[in-house]
Design a protein around this ligand. Structure first.
Ligand SMILES: C[S@@+](CC[C@H](N)C(=O)[O-])C[C@H]1O[C@@H](n2cnc3c(N)ncnc32)[C@H](O)[C@@H]1O
Length: 366
């Protein structure tokens, strides 16, 4: 198997391809990306056979912005016979993978694939049984073993491959399934919820999304993001000139500051989270976030960056590199992660966690 498949939002194949080509090049792995507009996936074909496996081991999945999933795949299986689709699929995996922990039968995230998805759900059961009999798949699901992916791009037509559970998306089709809470004031509440699922490991939620933490929400109205923080029993400074949802104000956990988010400065040193959904120039938002982190006004930040019309990957990578550099120059050790989330359209979501500051006397809350 010498190809990797990357799932992405339809319409963002070029960005996904630019990113994987860049990251593979940094590892001196060469190949070429095959892109079909609006297909919802990209294939990167390596010149060297064993390089595909190396790529999915060595490129940290968490560092990819546009890819929702990353897996090694073999040649496309075409014209699978409705009488026996299973044998050719299982045949692709013999000698490639043993005792995988999970099977996911998936499709690209496109409208055309919706019908196919129904078939995938039904097909999973007999395919799983066959794989278990052949010892390709363990009897019990095991989240620390590789995942087998069967990726149908059309009826009777699929890629078969695998990903590593320590370097992939844990979600089916790379998309966390979230339900819109009916009492939330806006649909964008799901963006922040998805960001928590993607950026914060579940075993750290109790500490990093703990009740009683203080948060600032810049560009908060009507309150979809604040809702997520309030739901976790946090205390929120909501900054926006617009109207905040009354039900959120009634909780007593929200203080509304009707001022410019670029001018707001916290008067207290207890802010853990900064979240920001102001629609502004990406460079301006990135600079504001860097200022907050350098000043030690928050420990973690989640914010949206609007994507430019052209060279979207290059622009975003440039903004993030600039931020990283600025933090380093100020002695701040931080983890920066960015993702084009399922609920993002023409923007990406960035998460920055301040680990420590080299300067003991910095104005921080370390
Ligand atoms: C996309 S909406 C935020 C939606 C919100 N996150 C939610 O989930 O309900 C953007 C908000 O940013 C606010 N905004 C834009 N520029 C701002 C600024 N300079 N200062 C404060 N708020 C700003 C707008 O008033 C608007 O309410």
């Amino acid at each position: 198997m010498n190809k990797i498949a990357l799932y992405c939002r339809p319409g963002f194949e070029k960005e996904c391809a630019a990113e994987i080509t860049d990251k593979a090049g940094q590892k001196e792995i060469y190949g070429f990306a095959r892109v079909k507009d609006n297909s919802g996936y990209v294939l990167f074909e390596c010149y060297q056979h064993e390089d595909a496996d190396r790529l999915i081991r060595e490129i940290p999945f968490r560092e990819l912005i546009f890819a929702r999933q990353m897996l090694v795949v073999g040649e496309l299986l075409r014209d699978l016979s409705p009488e026996d689709r299973i044998s050719p699929i299982v045949g692709m995996l013999h000698g490639v993978i043993e005792r995988a922990g999970e099977l996911r039968v998936e499709v690209p995230d496109t409208n055309e694939s919706k019908e196919l998805l129904k078939f995938c759900r039904k097909f999973t059961v007999p395919l799983r049984n066959a794989m278990r009999q052949e010892k390709i798949l363990q009897i019990k699901e095991n989240t620390s073993r590789p995942v087998i992916h069967v990726f149908f791009i059309a009826p009777g037509c699929c890629y078969v491959g695998y990903s590593y559970s320590n370097n992939n998306s844990p979600f089916y089709m790379g998309i966390p399934r979230l339900k819109f809470p009916s009492d939330a004031p806006s649909r964008s509440t799901l963006k922040l919820e998805e960001a928590f699922h993607v950026f914060i490991p579940y075993d750290e939620w109790e500490e990093r999304l703990a009740s009683g933490l203080y948060a600032v929400d810049l560009g908060a109205c009507p309150g979809g993001w604040t809702y997520q923080l309030v739901k976790r029993s946090m205390m929120v400074h909501a900054v926006d000139n617009g109207p905040m949802s009354q039900s959120l104000m009634d909780t007593g956990q929200v203080r509304h500051h009707k001022i410019d988010g670029f001018k707001f400065q916290p008067s207290v040193k207890n802010i853990y989270w900064l979240v920001c959904d102001m629609v502004e120039k990406p460079a301006k938002v990135t600079q504001l976030m860097a200022d907050w982190l350098v000043n030690g006004w928050c420990r973690e930040a989640i914010f949206n960056l609007k994507l430019p019309m052209k060279k979207r990957y290059e622009e975003v990578a440039h903004n993030l590199q600039k931020m990283n550099l600025q933090l380093k120059e100020n002695g701040i050790n931080a983890q920066i992660q960015a993702k084009h989330l399922y609920h993002d359209r023409e923007e990406i979501t960035v998460h920055v966690r301040r680990i420590w500051s080299a300067y003991a006397n910095s104005r921080n809350n370390d």
